[in-house]
Design a protein around this ligand. Structure first.
Ligand code: PMV
Length: 315
């Protein structure tokens, strides 16, 4: 039997970093996916095969000794093996079309797809259970994760975090994703923001309040079909991200080069590299490559509405 699950990547439209400190955030799942296939083996090992490499460890060995990208899989495999008798080994294969380390949710989509695929060998879990164990798995890499990424990869569509309420996009969001090609490290960026907070608690708390108000206005703008306000709020959110110092010259240059054709733009995800998103009208999409330059990757994101999907092949 093979248990196969696929989960979408994501963008954070509003609220990254501040969400770790308790504010709301708005996220959307995108049409790039990771697929995880799990099967029983008789090897007394957990085998993980992915583009990032392969790993073989004895069952029930500690995930902490593995390279960080493999930890969630070992954690999830051990959790399932621990609560189910007569399991002698697992093979886990990962196929992904989500770029790694650029803020598009590759690690959370892996955690959600792996939680669904591995648990699916034993029984079908509810979305709430999948989300809970995928956040546990993601904490093996990012102990301070807000859980927002796993939530949108599980449920799909556009959601508000932490309520996980679905938001209907009333206007056609034409979101451009542009990759700075600078890999980022979410844990380091989150730690940097923690330091900013420690150094200036008052300003950080003001920024959290400003972010909350901004998100409330975005939700009203979406209900009113108001793309102009949505775009302006993206650029306002970027100012807060600049202030907490998760931007850099490359990201600023990318944002300003798109100014003339976008309604708004900002970093998406942890920053310090990774991707930016911009709200660009259809008729201007063909101008993007020339404005950004050849060394940047860019594509138009479609919102995924399905979230995690699961199937089984009996052999
Ligand atoms: O760049 P990413 O996809 O790892 O985004 C992390 C988003 C943060 O808000 C910075 C952290 C979190 O756990 O929400």
């Amino acid at each position: 039997m093979k248990s196969i699950a696929s989960a979408p990547g994501k963008i954070i439209l509003f609220g990254e970093h501040f969400v770790v400190h308790g504010t709301k955030a708005i996220l959307a799942a995108i049409n790039k996916r990771v697929t995880v296939t799990s099967a029983f083996t008789d090897n007394n090992t957990i085998n993980v095969n992915s583009e990032l490499g392969t790993l073989e460890v004895p069952i029930l060995s500690s995930y902490e000794e593995a390279k960080s990208e493999f930890r969630p899989f070992i954690y999830l495999a051990n959790k399932m093996i621990n609560s189910n008798q007569n399991v002698n080994g697992l093979e886990i294969t990962i196929d992904s079309d989500i770029p790694v380390g650029v803020g598009l949710g590759s690690s959370s989509a892996c955690c959600v797809a792996a939680a669904t695929s591995i648990s699916g060998l034993f029984n079908e879990l509810s979305s709430e259970e999948i989300l809970k164990i995928s956040i546990e798995a993601e904490k093996t890499i990012f102990p301070n994760t807000s859980g927002a990424d796993c939530a949108v990869c599980t449920y799909g569509g556009m959601i508000e975090h932490p309520s996980i309420e679905k938001i209907d996009n009333t206007f056609d969001l034409n979101l451009l994703i542009a990759n700075s090609m600078i890999p980022h490290n979410t844990k380091n960026s989150v730690e940097k923001v923690n330091k900013f907070k420690e150094n200036d608690e008052d300003r950080f708390s003001q920024l959290c309040d400003l972010e909350t108000k901004l998100i409330d206005k975005v939700i009203v703008a979406m209900k009113n079909n108001d793309a102009t306000t949505f775009g302006l709020k993206m650029s306002e959110n970027q100012k807060y991200l600049e202030e907490i110092q998760v931007s850099n010259d490359t990201l600023r240059d990318m944002i300003s080069s798109l100014n003339e054709i976008s309604l708004g733009s900002k970093i998406t995800g942890a920053g310090d590299g990774g991707c930016i998103i911009a709200l660009v009208e259809d008729e201007n999409m063909d101008k993007v490559p020339a404005l950004l330059g050849k060394d940047k990757e860019c594509f138009s994101a479609k919102i995924d509405t399905k979230g995690v999907v699961w199937s089984v092949i009996e052999e």
